[in-house]
Write a protein that binds this ligand. Structure first.
Ligand code: SF4
Length: 701
């Protein structure tokens, strides 16, 4: 009889990175775990057994040598971050926040969150800011991700859920126009949905200034100048109207505002749109034909059209196209946004956004304030009002905002005009950062809290479909590490709020459910038990006598507006905030590569990923390279009105000759966000990451 110890069980959980939230099983051995086995979950319908390299290697960060395993406090004597006890780190932070509040007022204390934080953490952080600190100054890095799509969704449909239908619907529609998404690199398992669409006889149109790996799959690739996709959508709508291919019954019965939107589109005739976008009229006609010939069609957008100073209107123009052709509010059709960060959807629903309360309620709505204040046990009048958006908050550091608590974000790399943001962070009176590694932002902090990672803690996320998922704890954390919820629990206690900030995620989720009840993103019918048993539950899912099944498909009967109708919004083309000129004659656009994730704080610490994508590069067309006298691999300097970045040239004919591309995952000399423009969309407050004017110069090797 064998007495060998039983192998540790496989624990079903989800990837820590992108919004697909692929299902995986984890098995750890050792205490703390030194070996972690990852097995993709065939049973999870989103990734169906597939994982990308980031997901497969995610455990490497758990056991990374550079992982933080104890708090750090900056010592006045040395000016350096040095090891400290948890009690010392918590007391120093509570004191830093309290002192700032007493001297400068509550709004001099800021809080900055992240779209990777679980729903429980996002909820607790918003509550901590408003109840414990009494500050209005909270926002998060998701503002830089999908805020334009969220604003356009709200404006047109009265509700924002990234995809109002499950991913499984995509292969069964007739045509997809994919705008500004390179999902072959950002979420590779999702490419399968597009290849299945084509196998089923559907067509794929990709809109992207670069012939990406995703665009290679398309039946038709349109490559507009960056920042002109609003005009492109208007040109398509013009053709649809001119060819009599609008869905008049749908427009009449289910929408408002068509005449104004139609008039705006008719001012954008195809030849004008060709001049603005660089896309030839025959290609415009072909795209309109594929879209209108399909019995049902979808438009999907990502950061390309969204990260612009007119991102809300650009997404609005694509929504108008979907509405005019009756491709919304019915099965296998619609508009959707492919959210980026792991909890990009949930992160914007529970109150870490400057203008929102849990349940996707508006902070300036008296009924919403009364409901949430009731759950929190506070006076509604004591809740602060809306605060600044992410970039505006970062820009106010060291001026109106003197202390900052930051969780789950690395703005030194990921914010626009990053050198300026870094300078503002350095000018703070007090900065506390919670992270798993000493990120470039944590390096500037007065206190650093080492926190648990995805596999070491339980919590929920909400993926790009609005599917709420349970990420289960599979391993014990290293000694000396605590969860973000424990950090907030400890700080709240020291600041006089012993109750109301539990460290147990299920307890937090229970309160989140009550706070969300009756709101747009209603989680009240979702429990950890249900999430254990089901493959996620789609919100809204209200508590009901008969268990509510959740809502995979929205708007089939009515839209979420007051009159139940979708709203056309008249939008017109306008130029990017910064146009090319003699001094800065080239357009810079930024994005991601498959082996890195966001600011790279985690993935740059994974040897396999680092080997695959070791540093930044400047992608440029051979004609532009020849004009500059730059050879492939040679260092090239990219200069904008905000600064200079240097990286090796990558010469390729897959990009427009008037455009260069840089990925944004790295700090230092090749930091792409040193160059980007913080011009903000007036509605969503999204910065213009995707378009700015630059010049290129050969650089010393
Ligand atoms: Fe993780 Fe996204 Fe890769 Fe899936 S696609 S394994 S969620 S990074």
């Amino acid at each position: 009889m064998s007495h060998a110890p039983a192998a540790p069980a496989l624990v079903p959980t989800h990837c820590p990175y992108c919004s697909l939230q692929c299902g995986m099983n984890l098995r750890g051995s050792g205490t703390p775990a030194t070996t972690v086995e990852v097995v993709a979950r065939d049973d999870f319908p989103v990734n169906r057994g597939a994982l990308c390299g980031k997901g497969r290697t995610a455990p490497a960060v758990l056991s990374s040598r550079v992982r933080l395993t104890g708090p750090l406090v900056r010592r006045p004597a040395t000016g350096r971050l040095e090891p400290a006890t948890w009690e010392e780190a918590l007391r120093a932070t509570a004191e830093g926040l309290r002192r700032t509040r007493e001297v400068h007022g509550a709004d001099a204390v800021g809080v900055f969150g992240g779209g990777g934080l679980t729903n429980e953490k996002a909820y607790a952080l918003g509550k901590f800011a408003r109840v414990v600190l009494g500050t209005s100054q909270i926002d998060y890095n998701g503002r830089f991700c999908m805020s334009s799509a969220a604003a356009a969704h709200q404006r047109a449909f009265g509700l924002d859920r990234g995809l109002p239908f499950p991913l499984e619907d995509i292969p069964r529609t007739g045509c997809v126009i994919l705008v500004g998404s390179n999902l072959a690199e950002t979420m590779p398992p999702a490419l399968r949905y597009l290849t299945e669409l084509k196998e089923n006889g559907g067509s794929l149109v990709v809109v992207d200034p670069r012939r990406t790996r995703t665009a290679e799959q398309a039946d038709l690739h349109l490559a507009p100048r960056p920042g002109t996709d609003l005009a492109l959508a208007l040109g398509l709508l013009h053709l649809v109207v001119a060819q009599g291919r609008t869905d008049e019954a749908f427009i009449r019965d289910r929408t408002t505002g068509w005449e104004e939107a139609r008039a705006a589109a008719m001012a954008h005739w195809p030849e004008l749109v060709e001049r603005i976008t660089g896309v030839p009229v025959p290609q415009l006609r072909a795209a309109a034909g594929l879209f209108c010939d399909a019995p049902a069609a979808m438009v999907l957008t990502a950061r390309g059209p969204e990260q612009q100073s007119k991102g809300t209107d650009t997404v609005g123009a694509w929504i108008n196209l979907a509405l005019a052709t009756g491709n919304a509010g019915r099965p296998l059709a619609g508009y959707g946004c492919l959210t980026g960060q792991g909890n990009g959807q949930g992160g914007r629903e529970h109150g870490q956004k400057a203008d929102q309360l849990p349940g996707y309620r508006k902070l300036d709505d008296p009924a919403a304030r009364a409901h949430v204040a009731g759950v929190w046990g506070v006076d509604p009048d004591a809740l602060p009002g809306p605060g600044r958006s992410a970039y505006e908050l970062l820009d106010a550091l060291g001026r109106d905002v003197q202390a900052l608590l930051l969780m789950g974000s690395n703005p030194v790399v990921s914010a626009p005009r990053a050198a300026h943001v870094e300078e503002r962070l350095r000018s703070l009176g007090f900065l506390a950062v919670a992270d798993v590694v000493l990120s470039e932002t944590a390096e500037l902090a007065d206190v650093v809290f080492p926190v648990t990672q995805w596999a070491e803690e339980t919590g929920t996320t909400t993926n790009l479909e609005g599917r709420v998922l349970l990420r289960r704890r599979a391993l014990g954390p290293p000694e000396g590490v605590r969860s973000d919820l424990e950090v907030l629990h400890g700080l709240a206690g020291l600041l006089g709020h012993e109750k109301g900030f539990p460290a147990d995620p299920e307890e937090v989720f229970g309160e989140l459910r009550r706070a969300s009840a009756g709101g747009a993103a209603d989680y009240s019918g979702i429990s950890y038990r249900r999430l254990e048993e089901e493959q996620g539950v789609f919100w809204p899912c209200p508590e009901a006598p008969e268990q509510h099944p959740g809502t995979p498909r929205l708007f089939l009967e009515r839209f979420a507006t007051a009159d139940g109708r979708a709203r056309f919004v008249p939008v017109v083309h306008r130029a990017a905030a910064e146009e090319t000129d003699a001094e800065f004659p080239v357009v810079l656009t930024t994005g991601r590569v498959v082996a890195q994730y966001q600011s790279g704080a985690q993935t740059r610490r994974v040897p396999e990923l680092n080997a695959a994508a070791p540093g930044p590069f400047v992608e440029l067309h051979p004609r532009l390279a020849a004009r500059l006298g730059v050879a492939d691999g040679q260092p090239v300097a990219v200069v904008s009105r905000r600064g200079r970045a240097v990286a090796p040239a990558r010469v390729t004919d897959t990009i427009r000759p008037d455009t260069v591309f840089m990925p944004f995952h790295w700090p230092g000399a090749g930091r792409a966000n040193t160059l980007t423009n913080p011009a903000l969309d007036p509605t969503s407050r999204m910065p213009e990451f995707k378009v700015c004017a630059v010049r290129l110069e050969p650089a010393a090797g």
